[in-house]
Design a protein around this ligand. Structure first.
Ligand code: DX5
Ligand code: ZN
Length: 219
């Protein structure tokens, strides 16, 4: 079953708790939380305190996407805040194997993310060590951007590579996902669709989830 992960970046932060509960009761499978540092990406968002607050509000798995430089410095804090997945960018970690090990040592599932221009081969020597690959289908930093269509080939290539190696790595896709392109993305091999603007901008989260389930034929 394809999972839907609403990205809280597009939620109404003045009512964060209500938004989290509404996404959960609409049937979201997990929540995606975007952490930005103003260095790796040109935007600043949230830190471990907010992740901790979200953790207290929901039982859904929290997929925390670290768009930050030197991620090792913050792994412990985000693990303690209650992240279930911690995803770091291959472009942001000099010693990626060490970073991924550190995430696992903190009892969190490690994920790695690729920017749109980063080649699939950058995963060759880390794929067996991670639970999730997050394919960026926009340049990270902002919600509401358009899906970069070349991402479909990238998803396919990662899926094939993982299958060939007998790995069950989850593939998540992040950026510009909406009902209109969701079938193509799922068809390419995605397991998790992150949805920010399309989810929180829909006005009716239950209706949106119903539409997605119908489109993806998963329930
Ligand atoms: C972008 C973030 C995304 C963002 C996706 O840098 O990583 O998670 O919230 O939002 P949409 O679905 O609006 O592109
Ligand atoms: Zn994200």
């Amino acid at each position: 079953m394809i999972k839907i992960a609403p990205s809280l970046l597009s939620s109404d932060f003045t009512r964060l708790g209500e938004e989290v509960r509404a996404a959960e009761s609409a049937g979201a499978d997990m929540l995606h939380i975007d952490v930005m540092d103003g260095h790796f990406v040109p935007n600043i968002t949230i830190g471990p305190f907010i992740v901790e607050a979200v953790r207290k509000t929901t039982k859904l798995p929290l997929d925390v996407h670290l768009m930050i430089e030197e991620p090792d410095r913050y792994i412990k804090d985000f693990a303690a805040a209650g992240a279930d997945f911690l995803t770091v960018h291959v472009e942001a970690s000099i010693h990626l194997n060490r970073t991924v090990s550190l995430i696992r040592e903190n009892s969190v599932k490690p994920g790695v993310s690729l920017n749109p221009a980063t080649p699939v081969c950058s995963l060759d020597f880390i794929l067996p060590d991670v639970d999730l690959v997050l394919v960026m289908s926009v340049n990270p930093g902002f919600g509401g951007q358009g899906f970069i269509s070349g991402s479909l080939d990238k998803i396919k290539a990662i899926k094939e590579n993982a299958a060939k190696r007998g790995l069950k790595t989850l593939i998540a896709v992040d950026g510009g996902v909406r009902p209109e392109n969701s079938r193509d993305i799922a068809g390419a091999g995605a397991d998790i669709l992150v949805m920010g603007a399309a989810f929180f901008g829909s006005g009716d989260y239950k209706a949106l989830m119903g539409e997605m389930r119908k489109l993806l034929d998963t329930r």
